[in-house]
Structure formats: C-alpha cells, structure tokens
Write a protein that binds this ligand. Structure first.
Ligand code: RIB
Ligand code: CA
Length: 315
C-alpha cells in the first residue's frame, strides 16, 4: 500500500509536538519533512522543539527552518500560554540534531514538484511558509493534493482576539493567500479542541503514566495547564494541533465537514485575523447566497474516538 506523503509545517509548542507524535506513530503516513515557522515561539526554538520531539520518537525526519517572521506584521508569540520555550519551561529541549541547510519554502516547492497530486501538508502554525511557496511557485503549489490547517475559530470565536485565532492572527495576509490559492483546504478550527475535546486531569494522568512520550507531552504542556487554570479556571489541556492532525490522519472521525467560502480580514485592526465563514449555498437573511467554496470547515468530530486513538498511539 502506498503511504501518504506529508509535510508538517509547525511553530512547535506542546500541542504541535503531540501532533508530530501522532504522525510519526502512524504507519500509513510518510513524513517527508518538518518545516518550521515563527509562531508560538521564535524559529530556532520551534526547530529545537521539533527536533527533540522527533528524537524522542526515534524518528529520522529532516527539519527545515522557514520564515522567522510574518509576511507583513511584526512577529508575535504565545510564550504566555506555552512557556518561554513553548514546552513548559521544564528544561526538556536538548536536541542532538540540527535543521537542514535548505530553506523550508524551497523544500515545500521541491516536494510539490516531486509528488504532484500526492503531497499533503498539515499546517499547525501561521501560514507564512505556505504563502511564500505559493507566491514563489503558484503552479507547483497547485499540484498539492490538500492542506489540513489548524486555524481560525471555526464556527466559533477567536482565542488571540475576540474574533481571531492565533495562527491566523499571527499572519492574516499569509492565511488569506492560502485561502485564495485554490489548493484543497480542510480547516480544523479552535472550536474543535475545547470542552469535551480537552484532556482532563484523569486523562492527563493516564497519558503521563502510559509512556515516556506521554510524560514528555504532559511536561511540555504544564504551562498550558497553568494558563487554563489561571485564566479559564479549568484543569485541562487543549491540543488544537493534535485534533487537526487527527482529522488529517483519520477522516472517519469527522462527523460533519461543511463546504464554505472563507474570507480572512487583513485591513482593520479590530478584525485582523478574523476568518468569516460563509457556508456555501446557505440562505443568510442579509446577503445573497454564497455559491462558491474555498475550504471545508470541520464542524463536528468523534471526540472520544479521537482521544482513544491519541492515547493508544502514544503508548
Ligand atoms: O490557536 C491555536 C494554535 O496556535 C495552535 O496551533 C497552537 O500551537 C498555536 O500555534
Ligand atoms: Ca501550532
């Protein structure tokens, strides 16, 4: 059976690391490489986190540094959520390896040309590298089979601002370019990873006890847990990137995925990074029917099945 060929583009913090673990542990997937983008933490830190995660998984997969900053705006970070190193500030990150010399955007274009109609990209951070590749070689990128994006608030609100999710808010211009590219796009919004989809104390204890990888993951998300306790009053860890990877790996967990026309706001400060999700062919009282589609936005997944598979794979 031919393995699926994927690139994981990531701003590696704890939830990205969880997603990487899932992909590494999935037999029918060949990870061609991991490309790094500025987001949760600066580029070098995200690269070190990805390298460390791969080494703990015993996986020999090349890592390529990409853009250290968004297309237009100043770099942001999520160190207030994940810790200064993005991995819980537990002194976990001492990778032996280092990134390749080749730039991530060159690697993405090279793989798109090498595997036309086959390459899939799982986007776990801001879309800066993807946008740069599209601008550099639109033709090659049109050959991509599909992009799975952890991004937007989905059918709910934002987490970085009232209306914008962090990955999009970090580089809305890049997200807009990706939305307009014509590349088949499946969006896993932030709304999918909260509530019952977040891991509670009992589940965290099981993950930690089940394996060294699980213990690493729980340590790396300790600042995220603190953030959720202090800011939201709940003892849970939400792992949006793991959910997005689960959707990319296991389409059967998708209960509802809606064809939509998504518009990314890049002009006004108040709505910067907001992705307006028009459901294709839906009757809206205030506007004419939108009959075009540029993304499928996942509305519901089998959360319990996802959690079972997630915990089983990490054992
Ligand atoms: O908003 C959540 C997203 O932003 C996740 O990808 C998380 O890792 C951060 O990049
Ligand atoms: Ca991420």
């Amino acid at each position: 059976m031919t393995k699926r060929k994927i690139i994981i583009d990531t701003d590696t913090a704890g939830d990205d690391a969880a997603a990487i673990m899932l992909a590494v542990k999935t037999e029918d997937v060949e990870i061609l490489g991991i490309t790094i983008v500025n987001g949760n933490v600066p580029l070098n830190s995200a690269a070190a986190n990805a390298l460390m995660t791969l080494e703990l998984c015993g996986a020999k997969i090349p890592v390529y540094n990409g853009s250290a900053r968004p297309l237009v705006r100043e770099p942001l970070s999520a160190v207030s959520v994940y810790g200064s190193d993005g991995m819980g500030e537990k002194d976990l990150i001492h990778p032996a390896g280092r990134p390749e010399d080749k730039h991530a955007v060159d690697f993405i274009i090279e793989m798109a040309k090498k595997y036309p109609g086959e390459l899939e990209i799982v986007e776990l951070g801001p879309a800066t590298n993807i946008a740069l590749a599209i601008m550099r070689d639109r033709e090659a990128m049109r050959g991509i089979k599909g992009i799975f994006s952890m991004g937007t608030g989905g059918f709910s609100l934002g987490n970085a601002t009232p209306v914008a999710e962090f990955n999009v808010y970090t580089d809305a211009e890049a997200y807009s370019i990706m939305l307009k590219s014509g590349i088949p796009l499946t969006i896993a919004g932030f709304d999918l990873c909260v509530g019952a989809a977040a891991f509670d104390e009992e589940e965290m204890a099981r993950i930690e006890a089940d394996s060294p990888l699980g213990a690493f993951l729980i340590s790396s998300t300790s600042k995220l847990l603190e953030f959720n306790i202090n800011r939201n009053g709940v003892k849970v860890i939400d792992l949006p990137d793991a959910i997005a990877m689960g959707i990319a790996l296991w389409k059967d967990i998708i209960l509802e995925s809606v064809p939509c026309y998504c518009h990314c706001c890049t002009v006004e400060e108040e709505t910067y990074g907001q992705v307006v999700v028009y459901e294709t062919d839906k009757y809206y009282e205030g506007i004419s029917v939108v009959n075009k589609t540029n993304a499928h936005v996942v509305k519901r997944i089998e959360t319990e099945v996802f959690k079972q598979r997630f915990m089983q794979l990490l054992k």
